[in-house]
Design a protein around this ligand. Structure first.
Ligand code: PXL
Length: 274
């Protein structure tokens, strides 16, 4: 049987181990064909570098969609990451018109972390991103993104399960079918995810590692998207994704100042997916 074909829509940051340069190898390693629609081309990731070039590819999107329509190309899954504000409607159009029967939508609402929007995103971007989350089968926000999607101020510590469950319920009421909240921690030594299918929330924790790096969210989301395409439940896909993130961080040399060495965790990912 041929592999499933997934389209990822996110930037190409030429250097930085994030976005498409993570999604392509990771999703391929999952045994899923990965096509890419670049939202923008940057010289490098915006986190940790001193500057960057930025080429917004919004004008290409309708042209590419029209060509795919002419060639009758369809996708079994869509996985979106870092996208530009004006791209929400073009992306919704591609998801609607280029979907194979039963196609799955995985939306990582990449826009913020640690209580702040990423550079270049205006305060009204979360409202636009919420429109993308509305039709998603899976949304993967961190706690900052979840709060912004709901029009709230981020709460990053001192919360309890009832708070997490309220955030998940809010994201379901936006329209998301399954919610995976990342960066959840109820005690200092443990960090994990809350996975909600609308009927209940399940938690998965790993020991918190000392190192924090840019790009770990992209590794998480890419493994998650590949794993659900291989038939894993949202909970099992999130647990696998967290294990791959931890293994990637542990494999990263202290002298490596951007990204994580996810390449070294690929054999483990392939083995875990059988
Ligand atoms: O890792 C998420 C991400 C992806 N792409 C670009 C980013 C970021 C986060 O800062 O800047 C360009």
């Amino acid at each position: 049987m041929n592999c499933k074909r997934l389209l990822t829509i996110q930037d190409v940051s030429c250097v930085g181990q994030c976005s498409a340069t993570v999604a392509l190898p990771v999703i391929s390693a999952c045994g899923v064909e990965c096509a890419v629609l670049p939202s923008a081309v940057l010289s490098n990731h915006t986190g940790g570098f001193t500057g960057w070039t930025f080429c917004d590819l919004t004008p290409e999107m309708p042209k590419i969609e029209a060509e795919w329509e002419r060639q009758r190309l369809f996708f079994d899954a869509f996985y979106t990451g870092y996208v530009c504000p004006a791209q929400i409607d073009p992306i919704l159009s591609i998801m609607e018109h280029r979907a194979a029967p039963g196609a799955v939508r995985v939306v990582d609402p990449v826009m913020a972390d640690n209580g702040k929007l990423y550079p270049g995103f205006a305060d009204d971007f979360p409202r636009e991103m919420a429109r993308l989350c509305a039709g998603a089968d899976y949304v993967l926000p961190n706690l900052t993104e979840a709060a912004f999607l709901l029009g709230e101020k981020p709460v990053l510590e001192g919360y309890d399960e009832a708070f997490i469950e309220r955030l998940a319920a809010g994201l379901h009421s936006l329209g998301a079918r399954q919610v995976v909240l990342t960066g959840v921690s109820f005690e200092p030594g443990l960090l994990g995810t809350a996975v909600s299918d609308g009927a209940g929330v399940k938690y998965d924790f790993n020991p918190r590692l000392a190192r924090t790096s840019h790009g770990t969210g992209d590794v998480f989301a890419s493994v998650f998207a590949g794993a659900v395409m291989r038939g894993l439940s949202a909970f099992d896909a999130a647990a696998l994704a967290a294990d791959v993130v931890c293994a990637s961080i542990e494999a990263t040399d202290d002298s490596h100042w951007y990204g994580v060495a996810f390449e070294k965790a690929i054999p483990m990912l392939v083995e875990r997916l059988g």
